[in-house]
Structure formats: C-alpha cells, structure tokens
Design a protein around this ligand. Structure first.
Ligand code: SAM
Length: 218
C-alpha cells in the first residue's frame, strides 16, 4: 500500500489510543521527571500559541482528536478542522463540538483544495513532519493560497536534536498492526529557510517540541 495511505490508516486505527500518547498513559507512560518535562514543554508551546493569538477564521490541518483545536477555540471566531479520518474527527467533535465554533471536514490534505484567501490563520500540529519531501512545495503553496493578505501560520511538531536521515518510520499499534509512515524531524534553521515564507522557529526547553510562526513573503 502507498505510504500516504498507510499513514492515513495508521492514524485512523490509532484514533482511540491517540490521546494516551498525549497524556503519556498506558504504553506511553513516563517516569515522573520525564512526565513533568513533557507537560512543561506542552504548556510552553501552548503559551506561545496564546501569545500568537489565532483569532478570526482559522484553518486547522490534520486536526486529529482535537487537543489543539480546543486551544484554538479560545481565540478563533471559527475553525475549519480538516482531517482524513472520520474516527479522529468524531473524537474532535466530542471534545470541541459544544463550542459551536468548529466545522469538521473530512478530506485528504494532499487532494483537497482550500478556498482562496479565506483564513486569517492556518494551524497544523504534528503534521508537517508527515509531509513527504516531494510534496512540501505544493503543501506550502496550498497554505499560502488559503490565507488572507495579512494571514499567518502557526505550526507545532516533534523535535529531534539530530537530523535523522531516514524520513520513514515503522509504527506499531497496541494490537501489533504495523504501518509505514513519513516522519521528518525539522530543525529551526530548516523551517526558517522555507522558500516563500518568513518563519521564526523555536524549540521547547526540554527539546521535545518545535514550533514556528510567520507569514508568506508578500
Ligand atoms: C500526528 S496526528 C496529529 C493530530 C493533531 N494535529 C494533534 O496534534 O493532536 C496526524 C493527523 O493527520 C491525519 N492525517 C493523516 N493523513 C492525512 C491526510 N492525507 N490528509 C488529512 N489528514 C491526514 C491523521 O488522521 C491524524 O489525525
């Protein structure tokens, strides 16, 4: 099966256990110090997002189960949450639906064309690392197309201190099923060199999360 189909299916089947990873529960349990470090890093990045203030109309790509969608609802007037899987979007709806601020849209980001100049912010968490190198230019062009003239982007992803040469990983669900996915760990300097963009990137204190904010070159 094509790696992007495997990647989509991996997250479809992982949806019920995805939040265990965020909460570092079950097979993702950490010792107390590591848990505190993780929580501190998340809080730090959440504060950076609050400072950025994703107000107005927000497009969230690969919205997943809604950890960040919930955070976006504190600022946004409206959020369009796009994800390939109804399984993740259903969990997202359960978490954020009561706000009345979110439209859930099932679509494959690589095939979907966002409306032109429709959003004040495009946000994506733990998504850029899953975009294969040969699709990066088209992906960033899509983000630019979706933004209003003063529009901005905010992204969050996993951080790894070294440039990992292999952009593919084998992932295993708790039931043992295996899937190949794309996983590229970005460095701040690499993100800041994204063609056509002015991005400023940073890494959390315990070096587990990278985040960047900026806008297309205009
Ligand atoms: C690592 S998760 C991130 C979810 C969420 N942004 C978060 O940070 O919790 C990646 C998400 O991408 C979605 N996904 C995978 N392939 C996709 C595709 N081709 N188009 C849209 N979404 C996709 C998965 O369903 C999953 O929810």
């Amino acid at each position: 099966m094509d790696i992007l189909d495997q990647q989509r299916d991996y997250y479809r089947h992982r949806a019920p256990e995805y939040d265990q990873w965020w909460r570092r529960e079950g097979r993702y349990t950490l010792d107390e110090q590591a848990r505190q470090d993780w929580e501190q890093d998340i809080a730090e990045v959440a504060r950076a997002l609050d400072t950025f203030a994703p107000t107005g109309d927000v497009l969230e790509l690969a919205a997943g189960t809604g950890w960040w969608t919930e955070r976006l609802t504190r600022h946004a007037t409206h959020i369009t949450a796009v994800d390939a899987n109804t399984e993740t979007l259903d969990l997202n709806r359960a978490r954020t639906g009561a706000t009345g601020k979110v439209t859930y849209r099932q679509a494959d980001i690589f095939a979907w064309n966002p409306p032109e100049s429709a959003f004040d912010t495009v946000f994506f968490a733990y998504w850029l690392s899953h975009v294969p190198a040969e699709r990066l230019a088209a992906f960033w062009a899509k983000v630019t197309h979706a933004l209003r003239p003063a529009g901005r982007v905010f992204l969050i992803d996993s951080y790894h201190p070294d440039r990992v040469p292999d952009d593919r990983q084998l992932r295993r669900l708790s039931d043992g099923r295996e899937f190949q996915i794309v996983k590229r760990y970005w460095q701040p300097t690499e993100l800041e060199a994204t063609p056509g963009w002015h991005l400023t990137a940073g890494v959390s204190t315990h070096r587990q999360i990278i985040h960047a904010a900026g806008a297309p070159e205009r």
